[in-house]
Design a binder for this molecule. Structure first.
Ligand SMILES: [Cu+2]
Length: 130
């Protein structure tokens, strides 16, 4: 009787620790979620910090009325290159995994028929990969 009470005590002691351990290993592999408000002509926030080697899920939320925009990184030195479109007023979600630590410029690569590119109008930002 006394013996089983002691084993029950150990079960109650260790089960919650097991749960905590499972949760912490889950969060280690967790996707890094980032939300960016896209407008004509800005990204908010325009400064992102993520960890290398872990997937980053980006949601672009366009509040631009009709103008399509995109999220582009084109770093020739590291070969890090992505571009994803978002239509005016829509959301777009994509995932990428930054492999190398560094500071990267992201921008909108769209350009009207006349005048400055969207990047020149202010659609630029910085992605810091640690
Ligand atoms: Cu744009």
């Amino acid at each position: 009787m006394k013996k089983s009470a002691i084993s029950l005590f150990f079960v109650l002691l260790f089960v919650p620790i097991g749960f905590l351990h499972a949760e912490s290993s889950d969060s280690a592999s967790e996707v890094q979620k980032v939300e960016i408000i896209v407008d004509s002509y800005s990204f908010r926030p325009d400064n992102l910090t993520v960890e290398a080697g872990k997937p980053v899920e980006v949601t672009l939320r366009s509040i631009a009325s009709t103008v399509p925009h995109d999220f582009t990184i084109d770093d020739p030195e590291s070969g890090f290159s992505i571009t994803h479109d978002v239509k005016g007023g829509r959301d777009a979600t994509f995932t990428f995994t930054p492999e190398n630590a560094g500071t990267y410029r992201f921008y909108c690569s769209k350009k009207g028929l006349f005048g400055a590119s969207h990047a020149e109008k202010g659609m630029v930002g910085t992605l810091v990969v640690n």
